[in-house]
Design a protein around this ligand. Structure first.
Ligand SMILES: [Zn+2]
Ligand SMILES: [Zn+2]
Length: 299
């Protein structure tokens, strides 16, 4: 019988996609006969197939704003503590930079994230990555779209080459998909029909050449060394002279974003902008690295 439920959900997805008119009818039928549970809290879902999370869980996803963290680095979004803020007077205008961005300016223009990588957001991303709940890409992608709009409100152009951080061939085969590609697609889907926006997908332009050691427990320096040579641009023509939007699920220490941006710039990309669904902050990384919490963040 369980297989039957899955099949009916699949049928409802097929039915719904081209014929929006029937969507609410199909939703009602599927909800009546096969009510699903929210994948995070187990509560009932009222709208079948639209989101695997209930409204309460969606509302619980914590946005990374100035209310949560008083000041964020203008370049990478790192939360700044008092130590970090002591140097801000040295900077021109309203730009406030964290220590790593001041010391070694990143090869990307700006990295922005929608949410804080904790609680519901962490569960949602882990379901997407490890439990094959691909439909979570949609609500997260909608939030990623707001990050992309935010970058455009700064200096980012609206004609972009979109590249998701690639997985190794082995991981991609094992998982069956790249979660960052799904997030990028969901976000682009929301923005592509708006005036002035043009997206060119080029997810295969960059590849991950080798499996990297887990970033877990590595120092920032070791993370950078671990990733050195991990990525390669296979199709420089796709990025040459263009603004690239690099999409990833989580921004942890920035090692991955920096290394991908470095090879993209080397291949001729004019600018690289980084958008992620979530961001881990330093205190979380320190907690994971000390082994207090098992963690599989990529970097
Ligand atoms: Zn829920
Ligand atoms: Zn920074």
């Amino acid at each position: 019988m369980l297989g039957g439920v899955e099949e009916w959900r699949a049928v409802s997805r097929v039915l719904k996609s081209p014929v929006l008119l029937f969507q609410s009818v199909v939703d009602d039928l599927v909800t009546t006969f096969f009510p699903a549970d929210c994948r995070v809290c187990g509560g009932p879902l009222t709208s079948a197939g639209l989101s695997p999370l209930c409204q309460e869980c969606l509302d619980d996803l914590r946005e990374q704003t100035a209310e949560v963290y008083s000041t964020l680095c203008s370049c990478c979004g790192e939360a700044l503590d008092l130590d970090g803020l002591r140097f801000t007077q040295q900077l021109e205008g309203s730009r406030i930079l964290c220590h790593p961005c001041r010391r070694v300016p990143p090869p990307f223009e700006r990295a922005a994230a929608w949410g804080v990588y904790s609680d519901g957001m962490r569960e949602a991303i882990q379901l997407l990555k490890y439990e094959r709940v691909e439909s979570i890409a949609r609500p997260l992608g909608e939030r990623l779209a707001r990050v992309i709009e935010g970058l455009a409100a700064q200096d980012m152009g609206r004609e972009l080459v979109v590249i998701a951080v690639p997985l190794s061939g082995f991981k991609q085969r094992q998982r069956g998909y790249n979660q960052s590609v799904l997030l990028a697609q969901a976000a682009v889907e929301r923005l592509k029909r708006r005036d002035g926006w043009r997206f060119e997908k080029a997810h295969n332009a960059m590849i991950r050449e080798r499996m990297t050691e887990s970033q877990f427990g590595l120092s920032p320096h070791a993370r950078r060394r671990n990733l050195r040579g991990a990525f390669a641009v296979k199709d420089p023509a796709a990025v040459s002279g263009r603004e690239v939007l690099l999409v990833d699920d989580i921004y942890t220490t920035g090692a991955t974003a920096r290394e991908c941006s470095r090879v993209l710039r080397q291949a001729g990309a004019a600018k690289v902008w980084v958008a992620t669904a979530a961001r881990a902050q330093r205190e979380m990384v320190v907690r994971w690295d000390s082994g207090a919490e098992k963690q599989t963040a990529a970097g």
